[in-house]
Design a protein around this ligand. Structure first.
Ligand SMILES: [Mg+2]
Length: 300
């Protein structure tokens, strides 16, 4: 998460402070809470530990985590596939990589957004979602939310910068839920939820932002209590993170778990997607396996 200055090097040095004794694996929630207390805001690292602990806990019982949690993959909405912000021509070219994903998430937030969306809308009949990534000002955001429903766009993500609470309140008031406004950068953990009430229709929950499955499940409960809609999202990440996040997919309204599909060389095998529908491997724990030689990552 470079946008929070949490690079791989920083996280690796923090990870050396943590040791997970074997007995903790029998009590995953307790272990994760204690590690959270040590790590503070290092949420991506906490997420990695949370995934490892949940996986070890389930594998210790000899079962896939999705079976222990009685996850029904068929209840998950289909995932979208992201088209990164680029020139309109290159974004249209990228459409061919979306394969059989039925929904496209289009990154906007630049000067040529109308040209971009028009070109993409003409090139595909798939459902579109728009993620402005904080890239619009108030006037632009207002212009877009009044027009997006006419473009067969079914939601808009983070239309304004995370700090512009007044702008988001006003935008949400004007929109009246016509097109769901989902906040991503504005909301990291459950503690952020009370502060965004009234400014949106829903939130994007990501394991790397919130610190893992334990916190994400807490966020889902809290968001539902407040009548918020939920997107289950991801960063650009391997099948480890995507497989863990897929365990929440049946409990959200919008799934955006294409992080591993966007990698040129995913080092892991885990969940896969057919027409955007998640499929779980039948292996103990998270069911993730490393494709290559562990020494390439961990050394001798
Ligand atoms: Mg986003």
């Amino acid at each position: 998460m470079a946008y929070l200055s949490q690079t791989g090097e920083v996280l690796l040095s923090q990870s050396k402070a943590i040791r997970v004794p074997d007995y903790y694996i029998e009590r995953p929630e307790e272990a994760i809470q204690e590690i959270r207390a040590v790590l503070g805001d290092f949420h991506p690292l906490l997420a990695a530990m949370d995934m490892a602990i949940h996986s070890a806990w389930a594998a210790g019982q000899g079962h896939p985590l999705h079976r222990i949690w009685q996850i029904e993959a068929k209840n998950a909405p289909p995932s979208s596939f992201t088209i990164a912000l680029d020139t309109p021509e290159r974004m249209v070219e990228r459409l061919e990589f979306s394969g059989d994903y039925p929904i496209l998430k289009i990154k906007l937030g630049g000067q040529d957004d109308v040209t971009r969306l028009k070109a993409i809308r003409q090139a595909t009949t798939k459902t579109l979602r728009v993620d402005a990534n904080e890239g619009w000002d108030r006037q632009t955001a207002r212009w877009w939310i009044e027009r997006l429903p006419d473009w067969n766009v079914d939601l808009v993500e983070q239309p304004l910068p995370r700090g512009d609470r007044e702008g988001l309140l006003e935008l949400n008031r004007i929109n009246k839920g016509r097109i769901p406004i989902i906040l991503d950068e504005s909301v990291h953990i459950s503690r952020d939820i009370p502060g965004i009430l009234g400014t949106c229709d829903g939130i994007n929950i990501k394991l790397a932002k919130c610190g893992g499955l334990l916190e994400a499940r807490k966020m889902i409960h809290l968001a539902r209590e407040h009548g918020l809609r939920i997107m289950g999202g991801c960063m650009l990440e391997s099948s480890v993170g995507i497989t863990a996040a897929a365990h929440l997919a049946p409990f959200v309204d919008f799934v955006d778990l294409d992080g591993a599909a966007l990698l040129a060389d995913d080092p892991f095998d885990g969940v896969w997607f057919e027409k955007g529908q998640v499929r779980f491997p039948d292996r103990p724990g998270l069911g993730v396996v490393f494709r290559g030689n562990p020494h390439d990552i961990f050394g001798e």
